[in-house]
Design a protein around this ligand. Structure first.
Ligand SMILES: *[C@@H]1O[C@H](CO)[C@@H](O)[C@H](O)[C@H]1NC(C)=O
Ligand SMILES: *[C@@H]1O[C@H](CO)[C@@H](O)[C@H](O)[C@H]1NC(C)=O
Ligand SMILES: *[C@@H]1O[C@H](CO)[C@@H](O)[C@H](O)[C@H]1NC(C)=O
Ligand SMILES: *[C@@H]1O[C@H](CO)[C@@H](O)[C@H](O)[C@H]1NC(C)=O
Ligand SMILES: *[C@@H]1O[C@H](CO)[C@@H](O)[C@H](O)[C@H]1NC(C)=O
Ligand SMILES: *[C@@H]1O[C@H](CO)[C@@H](O)[C@H](O)[C@H]1NC(C)=O
Length: 452
Protein backbone atom coordinates (compact mmCIF):
# COMPACT_ATOMS: atom_id res chain seq x y z
CA UNK A 1 0.00 0.00 0.00
CA UNK A 2 1.34 3.37 -0.92
CA UNK A 3 -0.01 6.44 0.65
CA UNK A 4 0.78 9.95 -0.32
CA UNK A 5 0.54 13.30 1.26
CA UNK A 6 -1.18 16.13 -0.45
CA UNK A 7 1.22 18.91 -0.21
CA UNK A 8 0.68 21.64 -2.59
CA UNK A 9 -2.10 23.54 -4.08
CA UNK A 10 -0.72 26.48 -5.83
CA UNK A 11 -3.39 29.05 -5.66
CA UNK A 12 -4.66 32.05 -3.85
CA UNK A 13 -4.63 31.38 -0.22
CA UNK A 14 -3.08 32.75 2.80
CA UNK A 15 0.57 33.33 2.19
CA UNK A 16 2.96 34.34 -0.46
CA UNK A 17 5.14 31.39 -1.10
CA UNK A 18 5.56 30.15 2.41
CA UNK A 19 4.12 26.75 3.14
CA UNK A 20 1.19 26.90 5.50
CA UNK A 21 -1.00 24.35 7.09
CA UNK A 22 -4.48 24.90 6.36
CA UNK A 23 -7.88 25.04 5.00
CA UNK A 24 -10.01 25.05 1.94
CA UNK A 25 -10.73 28.47 0.52
CA UNK A 26 -13.27 28.93 -2.20
CA UNK A 27 -14.64 25.42 -2.04
CA UNK A 28 -18.19 24.26 -2.59
CA UNK A 29 -20.43 22.91 0.14
CA UNK A 30 -20.68 19.12 0.14
CA UNK A 31 -24.03 17.37 0.08
CA UNK A 32 -25.03 14.96 2.86
CA UNK A 33 -23.31 11.61 2.47
CA UNK A 34 -21.08 12.83 -0.36
CA UNK A 35 -17.93 12.17 1.67
CA UNK A 36 -19.03 9.59 4.26
CA UNK A 37 -15.43 8.85 5.31
CA UNK A 38 -14.57 12.37 6.50
CA UNK A 39 -14.18 12.98 10.22
CA UNK A 40 -13.68 16.22 12.11
CA UNK A 41 -11.30 16.27 15.06
CA UNK A 42 -12.74 18.68 17.60
CA UNK A 43 -11.45 20.24 20.74
CA UNK A 44 -13.51 23.30 21.52
CA UNK A 45 -13.47 23.86 17.77
CA UNK A 46 -12.56 21.67 14.86
CA UNK A 47 -8.79 21.69 14.38
CA UNK A 48 -8.06 18.93 11.87
CA UNK A 49 -9.78 16.36 9.73
CA UNK A 50 -9.20 12.70 9.04
CA UNK A 51 -10.55 9.78 7.04
CA UNK A 52 -12.16 6.59 8.26
CA UNK A 53 -10.09 3.67 6.98
CA UNK A 54 -11.80 0.81 8.85
CA UNK A 55 -14.15 0.04 11.74
CA UNK A 56 -12.06 1.82 14.33
CA UNK A 57 -9.12 3.61 12.74
CA UNK A 58 -8.76 7.04 11.20
CA UNK A 59 -5.92 8.32 9.08
CA UNK A 60 -4.84 11.93 9.57
CA UNK A 61 -1.69 14.07 9.51
CA UNK A 62 0.96 13.51 12.17
CA UNK A 63 1.10 17.24 12.77
CA UNK A 64 -2.51 17.10 14.01
CA UNK A 65 -1.73 14.65 16.79
CA UNK A 66 -0.08 17.01 19.32
CA UNK A 67 -3.41 18.85 19.58
CA UNK A 68 -5.25 15.75 20.72
CA UNK A 69 -6.19 15.77 24.41
CA UNK A 70 -8.35 13.50 26.51
CA UNK A 71 -11.23 15.79 25.53
CA UNK A 72 -10.80 15.55 21.78
CA UNK A 73 -13.78 14.06 19.99
CA UNK A 74 -14.15 12.57 16.56
CA UNK A 75 -17.26 13.68 14.69
CA UNK A 76 -18.61 11.54 11.84
CA UNK A 77 -21.77 11.28 9.80
CA UNK A 78 -22.61 14.92 9.28
CA UNK A 79 -21.94 17.75 6.89
CA UNK A 80 -22.67 20.38 9.44
CA UNK A 81 -20.10 21.00 12.10
CA UNK A 82 -22.43 21.70 15.01
CA UNK A 83 -25.42 19.62 14.13
CA UNK A 84 -26.10 15.92 13.82
CA UNK A 85 -23.58 13.16 13.43
CA UNK A 86 -22.05 10.90 16.05
CA UNK A 87 -19.03 11.59 18.20
CA UNK A 88 -16.46 9.12 19.45
CA UNK A 89 -13.63 9.47 21.90
CA UNK A 90 -10.07 8.52 21.09
CA UNK A 91 -8.22 5.58 22.59
CA UNK A 92 -4.91 5.82 20.78
CA UNK A 93 -3.00 8.14 18.42
CA UNK A 94 0.19 7.09 16.66
CA UNK A 95 2.41 9.25 14.48
CA UNK A 96 4.45 7.74 11.64
CA UNK A 97 7.72 6.62 13.24
CA UNK A 98 9.74 8.64 10.73
CA UNK A 99 7.61 11.77 10.91
CA UNK A 100 9.83 14.83 10.98
CA UNK A 101 8.03 17.88 12.28
CA UNK A 102 10.68 20.22 10.92
CA UNK A 103 10.38 19.13 7.33
CA UNK A 104 6.89 17.52 7.40
CA UNK A 105 8.32 14.33 5.90
CA UNK A 106 6.06 11.33 6.66
CA UNK A 107 3.29 13.55 8.00
CA UNK A 108 0.89 10.67 8.71
CA UNK A 109 -0.90 9.72 11.90
CA UNK A 110 -3.36 7.02 12.92
CA UNK A 111 -6.12 7.46 15.45
CA UNK A 112 -8.01 4.63 17.07
CA UNK A 113 -11.45 5.39 18.45
CA UNK A 114 -13.07 3.92 21.50
CA UNK A 115 -15.47 1.32 20.16
CA UNK A 116 -16.41 0.89 16.51
CA UNK A 117 -17.97 3.12 13.88
CA UNK A 118 -21.52 2.28 12.97
CA UNK A 119 -21.39 2.31 9.19
CA UNK A 120 -24.35 3.83 7.32
CA UNK A 121 -25.05 5.99 4.27
CA UNK A 122 -23.20 8.83 5.93
CA UNK A 123 -20.43 6.87 7.72
CA UNK A 124 -18.13 4.70 5.59
CA UNK A 125 -14.50 3.68 5.33
CA UNK A 126 -12.49 4.61 2.24
CA UNK A 127 -9.96 2.45 0.37
CA UNK A 128 -6.45 3.55 -0.52
CA UNK A 129 -5.50 4.30 -4.08
CA UNK A 130 -2.57 5.74 -5.96
CA UNK A 131 -3.37 8.75 -8.14
CA UNK A 132 -2.28 8.91 -11.76
CA UNK A 133 -0.46 11.97 -12.95
CA UNK A 134 -2.98 14.73 -13.76
CA UNK A 135 -5.80 12.78 -12.12
CA UNK A 136 -8.69 14.88 -11.04
CA UNK A 137 -8.98 14.80 -7.26
CA UNK A 138 -10.95 16.46 -4.48
CA UNK A 139 -9.77 17.74 -1.13
CA UNK A 140 -12.44 17.78 1.56
CA UNK A 141 -12.61 19.65 4.83
CA UNK A 142 -14.24 22.17 7.08
CA UNK A 143 -12.07 24.99 5.90
CA UNK A 144 -12.37 28.72 6.21
CA UNK A 145 -14.18 30.26 3.30
CA UNK A 146 -14.75 33.94 2.72
CA UNK A 147 -13.67 35.27 6.02
CA UNK A 148 -11.71 34.04 8.91
CA UNK A 149 -14.48 32.28 10.72
CA UNK A 150 -14.81 28.64 9.88
CA UNK A 151 -17.84 27.56 7.94
CA UNK A 152 -20.27 25.18 9.45
CA UNK A 153 -20.57 23.18 6.28
CA UNK A 154 -18.16 20.64 4.89
CA UNK A 155 -16.38 22.01 1.80
CA UNK A 156 -14.64 20.38 -1.12
CA UNK A 157 -12.44 21.60 -3.94
CA UNK A 158 -11.29 19.97 -7.14
CA UNK A 159 -7.56 19.73 -7.68
CA UNK A 160 -5.24 18.15 -10.23
CA UNK A 161 -2.54 15.72 -9.07
CA UNK A 162 0.80 16.88 -10.44
CA UNK A 163 3.86 14.84 -11.23
CA UNK A 164 6.71 15.41 -8.80
CA UNK A 165 8.66 17.12 -11.58
CA UNK A 166 5.89 19.57 -12.42
CA UNK A 167 5.38 20.25 -8.73
CA UNK A 168 9.06 20.94 -8.14
CA UNK A 169 9.15 23.19 -11.14
CA UNK A 170 6.18 25.19 -9.91
CA UNK A 171 7.13 25.58 -6.29
CA UNK A 172 10.91 25.68 -6.42
CA UNK A 173 12.83 25.21 -3.24
CA UNK A 174 10.54 24.67 -0.27
CA UNK A 175 13.31 24.34 2.25
CA UNK A 176 12.93 23.36 5.05
CA UNK A 177 9.75 21.64 3.90
CA UNK A 178 10.15 18.25 2.36
CA UNK A 179 8.88 17.44 -1.12
CA UNK A 180 9.43 13.91 -2.37
CA UNK A 181 7.95 10.92 -4.16
CA UNK A 182 5.92 9.75 -1.19
CA UNK A 183 3.86 12.90 -1.45
CA UNK A 184 1.19 14.07 -3.84
CA UNK A 185 1.22 17.56 -5.11
CA UNK A 186 -2.17 18.92 -6.15
CA UNK A 187 -3.02 22.12 -7.89
CA UNK A 188 -6.23 24.10 -7.78
CA UNK A 189 -7.79 25.76 -10.80
CA UNK A 190 -6.36 29.15 -11.51
CA UNK A 191 -8.32 32.12 -10.33
CA UNK A 192 -10.80 30.12 -8.35
CA UNK A 193 -9.24 31.06 -5.07
CA UNK A 194 -8.79 27.49 -4.13
CA UNK A 195 -6.33 27.02 -1.41
CA UNK A 196 -5.62 23.90 0.50
CA UNK A 197 -7.58 21.27 2.31
CA UNK A 198 -7.82 21.12 6.02
CA UNK A 199 -4.86 19.49 7.65
CA UNK A 200 -5.29 15.76 7.99
CA UNK A 201 -8.25 15.70 5.62
CA UNK A 202 -8.52 13.43 2.61
CA UNK A 203 -7.34 13.92 -0.92
CA UNK A 204 -9.54 11.62 -2.96
CA UNK A 205 -8.74 10.65 -6.53
CA UNK A 206 -11.03 8.29 -8.45
CA UNK A 207 -12.99 7.52 -5.30
CA UNK A 208 -9.88 6.28 -3.48
CA UNK A 209 -7.96 7.87 -0.65
CA UNK A 210 -4.79 9.11 -2.29
CA UNK A 211 -3.42 11.46 0.31
CA UNK A 212 -3.67 13.29 3.57
CA UNK A 213 -3.51 17.05 3.54
CA UNK A 214 -0.15 18.02 4.94
CA UNK A 215 0.77 21.52 3.92
CA UNK A 216 0.25 23.96 1.15
CA UNK A 217 2.19 26.51 -0.76
CA UNK A 218 0.70 29.46 -2.44
CA UNK A 219 2.32 31.66 -4.93
CA UNK A 220 -0.40 34.21 -4.94
CA UNK A 221 -1.23 36.68 -2.30
CA UNK A 222 -4.51 37.30 -0.67
CA UNK A 223 -4.86 37.82 2.96
CA UNK A 224 -1.74 36.68 4.63
CA UNK A 225 -1.40 35.61 8.18
CA UNK A 226 2.06 34.19 8.10
CA UNK A 227 5.50 35.35 7.83
CA UNK A 228 7.35 37.25 5.34
CA UNK A 229 10.61 39.08 5.40
CA UNK A 230 12.73 35.98 5.02
CA UNK A 231 16.38 36.26 5.75
CA UNK A 232 16.04 39.87 6.77
CA UNK A 233 17.41 41.53 9.86
CA UNK A 234 15.68 42.15 13.15
CA UNK A 235 14.66 45.76 13.61
CA UNK A 236 15.75 47.82 16.61
CA UNK A 237 13.09 49.53 18.74
CA UNK A 238 12.10 52.78 17.05
CA UNK A 239 13.77 51.91 13.76
CA UNK A 240 10.43 51.77 11.91
CA UNK A 241 8.15 53.76 14.22
CA UNK A 242 5.44 54.07 11.54
CA UNK A 243 5.11 50.28 11.09
CA UNK A 244 2.13 48.67 12.77
CA UNK A 245 0.82 45.15 12.90
CA UNK A 246 -2.74 44.32 12.02
CA UNK A 247 -3.13 41.44 14.38
CA UNK A 248 -5.69 38.79 14.88
CA UNK A 249 -6.06 38.56 18.65
CA UNK A 250 -7.81 35.20 18.55
CA UNK A 251 -4.73 33.66 16.90
CA UNK A 252 -2.19 35.93 18.59
CA UNK A 253 -0.65 36.35 15.16
CA UNK A 254 0.27 39.08 12.78
CA UNK A 255 -2.26 39.20 9.98
CA UNK A 256 -0.90 42.00 7.86
CA UNK A 257 1.36 44.99 8.14
CA UNK A 258 0.29 48.63 8.05
CA UNK A 259 1.80 52.10 8.12
CA UNK A 260 0.70 55.07 10.22
CA UNK A 261 -0.20 58.01 7.97
CA UNK A 262 -2.13 60.29 10.32
CA UNK A 263 -3.08 60.65 13.98
CA UNK A 264 -5.77 58.03 13.59
CA UNK A 265 -5.25 56.17 10.33
CA UNK A 266 -3.00 53.63 8.72
CA UNK A 267 -2.57 52.38 5.17
CA UNK A 268 -2.55 48.71 4.38
CA UNK A 269 -3.26 46.42 1.43
CA UNK A 270 -6.91 46.11 0.42
CA UNK A 271 -6.53 42.32 0.36
CA UNK A 272 -5.87 42.44 4.11
CA UNK A 273 -9.24 43.95 4.95
CA UNK A 274 -11.38 42.51 2.18
CA UNK A 275 -13.63 39.70 3.40
CA UNK A 276 -12.65 40.39 6.96
CA UNK A 277 -14.75 41.67 9.82
CA UNK A 278 -12.96 44.72 11.27
CA UNK A 279 -13.75 43.44 14.75
CA UNK A 280 -11.64 40.34 14.07
CA UNK A 281 -8.43 42.37 14.02
CA UNK A 282 -6.69 45.09 16.00
CA UNK A 283 -3.85 47.48 15.21
CA UNK A 284 -0.73 47.24 17.37
CA UNK A 285 1.62 50.24 17.29
CA UNK A 286 4.87 51.11 19.03
CA UNK A 287 6.67 47.80 19.36
CA UNK A 288 9.12 45.67 17.41
CA UNK A 289 8.03 42.54 19.26
CA UNK A 290 4.38 41.55 19.11
CA UNK A 291 4.69 39.40 22.21
CA UNK A 292 5.58 42.36 24.38
CA UNK A 293 4.73 46.02 24.51
CA UNK A 294 2.92 48.15 22.02
CA UNK A 295 -0.48 49.78 22.21
CA UNK A 296 -3.56 48.05 20.86
CA UNK A 297 -6.21 49.95 18.94
CA UNK A 298 -9.58 48.79 17.72
CA UNK A 299 -10.60 49.61 14.20
CA UNK A 300 -13.36 52.14 13.64
CA UNK A 301 -13.51 52.39 9.85
CA UNK A 302 -12.16 50.56 6.82
CA UNK A 303 -12.13 52.11 3.34
CA UNK A 304 -11.03 49.76 0.60
CA UNK A 305 -10.09 51.37 -2.71
CA UNK A 306 -13.29 51.42 -4.81
CA UNK A 307 -11.63 49.77 -7.82
CA UNK A 308 -9.59 47.19 -5.92
CA UNK A 309 -9.47 44.03 -8.03
CA UNK A 310 -9.05 40.84 -6.00
CA UNK A 311 -7.87 38.89 -9.03
CA UNK A 312 -4.99 40.98 -10.28
CA UNK A 313 -4.54 43.08 -7.14
CA UNK A 314 -4.68 46.39 -8.92
CA UNK A 315 -5.46 49.21 -6.45
CA UNK A 316 -4.49 47.04 -3.49
CA UNK A 317 -4.80 49.78 -0.91
CA UNK A 318 -7.05 50.49 2.05
CA UNK A 319 -7.27 53.20 4.69
CA UNK A 320 -7.99 51.90 8.16
CA UNK A 321 -9.01 54.26 10.94
CA UNK A 322 -8.45 53.34 14.54
CA UNK A 323 -10.52 54.17 17.59
CA UNK A 324 -8.86 57.11 19.31
CA UNK A 325 -5.53 58.57 18.31
CA UNK A 326 -2.01 57.24 18.14
CA UNK A 327 0.16 58.54 20.92
CA UNK A 328 3.18 59.88 19.07
CA UNK A 329 6.52 58.96 20.63
CA UNK A 330 9.95 57.71 19.64
CA UNK A 331 8.42 54.41 18.74
CA UNK A 332 5.18 55.69 17.18
CA UNK A 333 5.44 58.12 14.27
CA UNK A 334 3.46 59.25 11.25
CA UNK A 335 5.14 58.29 7.98
CA UNK A 336 5.58 60.81 5.21
CA UNK A 337 4.49 59.61 1.80
CA UNK A 338 7.15 59.91 -0.89
CA UNK A 339 7.92 58.98 -4.48
CA UNK A 340 10.13 56.10 -5.52
CA UNK A 341 12.29 56.11 -8.66
CA UNK A 342 13.77 53.25 -10.65
CA UNK A 343 16.82 51.74 -8.96
CA UNK A 344 16.16 53.45 -5.63
CA UNK A 345 17.20 51.37 -2.66
CA UNK A 346 14.19 50.54 -0.54
CA UNK A 347 13.56 48.77 2.74
CA UNK A 348 10.62 46.52 3.47
CA UNK A 349 9.75 45.96 7.09
CA UNK A 350 7.25 43.61 8.62
CA UNK A 351 6.54 41.01 11.23
CA UNK A 352 7.14 37.52 10.19
CA UNK A 353 8.58 34.21 11.05
CA UNK A 354 11.87 33.41 9.50
CA UNK A 355 12.83 29.74 9.45
CA UNK A 356 10.06 28.30 11.52
CA UNK A 357 6.70 29.14 10.02
CA UNK A 358 5.02 29.38 13.39
CA UNK A 359 7.68 31.52 14.83
CA UNK A 360 8.60 34.97 15.72
CA UNK A 361 6.89 38.08 16.39
CA UNK A 362 9.85 40.34 15.73
CA UNK A 363 9.82 43.16 13.23
CA UNK A 364 12.17 42.26 10.40
CA UNK A 365 13.50 44.30 7.52
CA UNK A 366 15.32 43.70 4.26
CA UNK A 367 16.69 45.92 1.56
CA UNK A 368 15.71 45.75 -2.07
CA UNK A 369 15.87 47.75 -5.26
CA UNK A 370 12.95 49.35 -7.10
CA UNK A 371 12.86 48.12 -10.69
CA UNK A 372 11.86 49.90 -13.84
CA UNK A 373 8.76 48.59 -15.61
CA UNK A 374 10.95 46.98 -18.29
CA UNK A 375 13.24 45.24 -15.84
CA UNK A 376 10.28 44.12 -13.75
CA UNK A 377 8.45 42.68 -16.78
CA UNK A 378 11.56 40.87 -17.85
CA UNK A 379 12.10 39.31 -14.43
CA UNK A 380 8.44 38.56 -13.89
CA UNK A 381 7.67 36.96 -17.21
CA UNK A 382 8.46 33.41 -16.12
CA UNK A 383 6.79 33.87 -12.77
CA UNK A 384 3.89 31.68 -11.81
CA UNK A 385 1.74 34.71 -11.25
CA UNK A 386 2.29 37.11 -14.07
CA UNK A 387 -0.50 39.61 -14.53
CA UNK A 388 -0.56 43.08 -15.94
CA UNK A 389 0.66 45.83 -13.68
CA UNK A 390 -0.18 49.51 -13.71
CA UNK A 391 1.17 52.90 -12.67
CA UNK A 392 -0.13 52.35 -9.14
CA UNK A 393 2.38 49.61 -8.57
CA UNK A 394 6.09 49.40 -7.96
CA UNK A 395 8.24 46.39 -8.40
CA UNK A 396 10.89 45.48 -5.84
CA UNK A 397 13.72 43.02 -6.16
CA UNK A 398 15.79 41.56 -3.36
CA UNK A 399 17.99 39.40 -5.54
CA UNK A 400 18.30 35.71 -6.10
CA UNK A 401 19.34 33.43 -3.31
CA UNK A 402 20.14 36.06 -0.74
CA UNK A 403 17.19 34.92 1.29
CA UNK A 404 15.37 38.20 1.15
CA UNK A 405 11.74 37.79 0.47
CA UNK A 406 8.84 40.15 0.35
CA UNK A 407 6.86 41.51 3.19
CA UNK A 408 3.55 40.28 4.46
CA UNK A 409 0.78 41.93 2.60
CA UNK A 410 0.39 45.44 3.92
CA UNK A 411 3.99 45.79 5.06
CA UNK A 412 5.74 49.12 4.61
CA UNK A 413 8.20 49.86 1.85
CA UNK A 414 10.32 52.92 2.50
CA UNK A 415 12.98 54.73 0.54
CA UNK A 416 15.13 57.63 1.67
CA UNK A 417 13.09 57.87 4.84
CA UNK A 418 9.77 58.22 3.02
CA UNK A 419 6.91 55.73 2.87
CA UNK A 420 6.64 54.64 -0.77
CA UNK A 421 4.90 51.28 -0.99
CA UNK A 422 2.58 48.67 0.50
CA UNK A 423 3.56 45.01 0.06
CA UNK A 424 0.99 43.43 -2.25
CA UNK A 425 2.17 40.18 -3.78
CA UNK A 426 5.06 38.13 -5.07
CA UNK A 427 5.31 37.00 -8.66
CA UNK A 428 6.50 33.61 -7.48
CA UNK A 429 8.07 32.13 -4.39
CA UNK A 430 10.70 33.77 -2.27
CA UNK A 431 14.28 34.56 -3.02
CA UNK A 432 14.57 32.75 -6.29
CA UNK A 433 14.94 35.71 -8.55
CA UNK A 434 11.43 37.01 -9.02
CA UNK A 435 10.31 40.48 -8.08
CA UNK A 436 7.68 41.44 -5.52
CA UNK A 437 4.93 43.91 -6.19
CA UNK A 438 4.05 46.85 -3.97
CA UNK A 439 1.25 49.38 -4.19
CA UNK A 440 2.80 52.75 -5.08
CA UNK A 441 1.48 54.98 -2.31
CA UNK A 442 2.20 58.39 -3.88
CA UNK A 443 -0.04 57.46 -6.82
CA UNK A 444 -3.01 57.29 -4.43
CA UNK A 445 -2.29 60.45 -2.44
CA UNK A 446 -5.41 62.31 -3.63
CA UNK A 447 -7.64 59.38 -2.85
CA UNK A 448 -6.04 58.97 0.58
CA UNK A 449 -6.53 62.67 1.34
CA UNK A 450 -10.26 62.41 0.70
CA UNK A 451 -10.50 59.89 3.53
CA UNK A 452 -8.06 60.86 6.27
C1 LIG B 1 -11.27 18.70 29.42
O1 LIG B 1 -12.50 19.33 29.71
C2 LIG B 1 -12.68 19.60 31.11
C3 LIG B 1 -14.10 20.12 31.29
O2 LIG B 1 -14.41 21.13 30.37
C4 LIG B 1 -11.61 20.60 31.53
O3 LIG B 1 -11.74 20.90 32.91
C5 LIG B 1 -10.23 19.99 31.29
O4 LIG B 1 -9.22 20.94 31.60
C6 LIG B 1 -10.09 19.57 29.83
N1 LIG B 1 -8.86 18.82 29.66
C7 LIG B 1 -8.00 19.08 28.67
C8 LIG B 1 -6.78 18.23 28.64
O5 LIG B 1 -8.19 19.97 27.83
C1 LIG C 1 13.89 20.09 14.59
O1 LIG C 1 14.59 21.30 14.76
C2 LIG C 1 14.93 21.57 16.13
C3 LIG C 1 15.54 22.95 16.19
O2 LIG C 1 16.50 23.12 15.18
C4 LIG C 1 15.86 20.47 16.64
O3 LIG C 1 16.18 20.72 17.99
C5 LIG C 1 15.15 19.13 16.52
O4 LIG C 1 16.00 18.08 16.92
C6 LIG C 1 14.69 18.89 15.08
N1 LIG C 1 13.86 17.70 15.05
C7 LIG C 1 14.09 16.70 14.21
C8 LIG C 1 13.12 15.57 14.26
O5 LIG C 1 15.02 16.69 13.42
C1 LIG D 1 -0.11 16.32 -17.29
O1 LIG D 1 -0.38 17.69 -17.54
C2 LIG D 1 0.79 18.42 -17.92
C3 LIG D 1 0.43 19.89 -17.97
O2 LIG D 1 -0.78 20.08 -18.64
C4 LIG D 1 1.31 17.86 -19.24
O3 LIG D 1 2.47 18.54 -19.62
C5 LIG D 1 1.63 16.37 -19.06
O4 LIG D 1 2.01 15.80 -20.29
C6 LIG D 1 0.41 15.63 -18.53
N1 LIG D 1 0.80 14.25 -18.23
C7 LIG D 1 0.04 13.21 -18.53
C8 LIG D 1 0.56 11.86 -18.14
O5 LIG D 1 -1.05 13.33 -19.08
C1 LIG E 1 -11.88 46.99 21.63
O1 LIG E 1 -13.22 46.56 21.50
C2 LIG E 1 -13.58 45.54 22.42
C3 LIG E 1 -14.98 45.06 22.05
O2 LIG E 1 -15.81 46.11 21.70
C4 LIG E 1 -13.48 46.11 23.83
O3 LIG E 1 -13.83 45.11 24.76
C5 LIG E 1 -12.05 46.55 24.07
O4 LIG E 1 -11.94 47.16 25.35
C6 LIG E 1 -11.61 47.55 23.00
N1 LIG E 1 -10.17 47.76 23.16
C7 LIG E 1 -9.62 48.95 23.11
C8 LIG E 1 -8.14 49.00 23.27
O5 LIG E 1 -10.28 49.96 22.92
C1 LIG F 1 -10.06 42.08 -12.41
O1 LIG F 1 -8.93 41.53 -13.04
C2 LIG F 1 -9.20 40.42 -13.85
C3 LIG F 1 -7.87 39.84 -14.32
O2 LIG F 1 -7.08 40.80 -14.92
C4 LIG F 1 -10.10 40.86 -15.00
O3 LIG F 1 -10.41 39.74 -15.81
C5 LIG F 1 -11.38 41.44 -14.41
O4 LIG F 1 -12.18 41.95 -15.45
C6 LIG F 1 -11.05 42.56 -13.44
N1 LIG F 1 -12.28 42.96 -12.78
C7 LIG F 1 -12.72 44.20 -12.85
C8 LIG F 1 -13.98 44.46 -12.09
O5 LIG F 1 -12.14 45.07 -13.46
C1 LIG G 1 18.97 50.87 -13.21
O1 LIG G 1 19.81 49.73 -13.08
C2 LIG G 1 19.87 48.95 -14.24
C3 LIG G 1 20.60 47.66 -13.92
O2 LIG G 1 21.73 47.91 -13.14
C4 LIG G 1 20.54 49.79 -15.35
O3 LIG G 1 20.60 49.03 -16.54
C5 LIG G 1 19.72 51.05 -15.59
O4 LIG G 1 20.37 51.89 -16.50
C6 LIG G 1 19.51 51.83 -14.28
N1 LIG G 1 18.53 52.89 -14.52
C7 LIG G 1 18.65 54.09 -14.02
C8 LIG G 1 17.56 55.05 -14.33
O5 LIG G 1 19.63 54.41 -13.34
Amino acid sequence: MELHLLIVSLMVCSTLGVPTRGRIFGGDPASPGQFPYIVALNNVDQFCDGSIINKNWILTAAHCLPDITSNTSVLVGTNIEHSGGTTYSISKAIAHEDYDSNTTQNDLGLIQIDGEFEFSDTVQAIEFGDPEENASCVAVGWGATEHVSFPEELQFVELRALSLEECQERVGDLDPFYLGPEQVCALGPEGKGVCFGDSGGPLVCGGKLAGVVSYSVSVLPAVTHNVRVIGGNTAQPGQFPFAVSIMMPSFGQNWCGGTIISKNSILTAAQCMNNLFPEDVVVVAGTVDLRTGGTVYNISQVTIHPTFNETNLIDDIAVVKVDGEFEISESVQIAEIGEVLDNDTCTVSGWGATENINAPASLMFANLRALSVEECDKLAEDGVFDVERGPGQVCGFGGRGNGVCYGDAGDSLTSKGKFVGIASYAVAQCAVGWPDIYTRVAYYKDWINTII
